[in-house]
Ligand binder design. Sequence first.
Ligand SMILES: Cc1ncc(COP(=O)(O)O)c(C=O)c1O
Length: 358
Amino acid sequence: MTLPPHGSNPKYVYQATKLPTPQQLIDFSVNVNPFGSPPILREKWHEWFPLLEDYPDPHASILKREISIKEGIGEEYLLIGNGGAEIIALVAQLYQGKRILIIQPAFSEYEQACLAQKCIVEHHVLEEGIWKLKMEELLPKVKHYDAIFLCTPNNPTGVVYDRQSIIELVEEGYRSQCSIIIDEAFYDFTVDSETYISLVKQYPNLIVLRSLTKMFAIAGLRLGIGVAQPQVIQQLAALKPHWSVNAIAIKAGLECISQDSYIRHTKQLIHVERNRLKDFYKENGFCMSESAVNFYLVKDPTITEAAPLYEYLLKKGLVPRHTMNFPGLDGRWLRFAIRKQNENNQLMEALSEWKNQN
Ligand SMILES: Cc1ncc(COP(=O)(O)O)c(C=O)c1O
């Protein structure tokens, strides 16, 4: 079976695998909020329509001000981008041609963006199934790199790295002139993990990334945030295309960041579903990653690679994310988004059947 190189669009998944597309599909491959975007965005949509005619504020100043208040950090520490992906691309540009280490498995954009900037990219692959930072292995490497990318909560595992280890990494980076880029795109989904944004004031070598597209299901609108010391923000801003953040995204962002009860409700439902799924996988002999967010990895330990299970689920119209292009996973695991209760039930039914047949 030929697999699509990335895998987030079900249409391409069925095209690449040459499997017939079932009438009904549930997309478990995309890891945005399963409850969709906050209803206020639909209510305001018509009001925002006239904004199409004018150029947006190139600095997204109003949104920056509100985020600054919410996160308790000065506006000069913030850059608003066209999705977290734009901030990643800008950071990669900042380290053009430099030596980069990526803590793997991780979001594939870090490598792609750095390779596009002719960086020398190397990987620090964490132990499969555990995916914890082992500082005695990681710290000695720091001095050999100009920047290190890591993602916590991590995509694709959903694992939150130990705070003390990350602080040690940032400090070692500070001593060795190595920047640490922490991607917190999925931070909003965690119940009790802490952000690294406030550490930016103390460490000039720290850059934190956030995305608004995940929690607020606005991947089509594009909004991301970069947080770093003002001189780094100025360098990134100088590389950013003018007007890359559109006027409607700015308005939508303002609404999104005040949706406290929507965030609470989402976190709560995901928490309940994650526990239910956890019990199911344990009872049915699957391995599941220790996820703290809205997606997780699964492996059937009775098979060496996940392709037959992937194909089985695709035929049933249940679309997982394959892991062929994640170093350290190499197709042995499948990633699933946590969706609504009835959709997770359908997945569990299909997986029970799979176990009964195999
Ligand atoms: C870990 C991680 N960081 C950043 C991004 C980029 O998000 P955005 O949609 O804001 O560009 C993604 C998107 O999948 C992601 O998984």
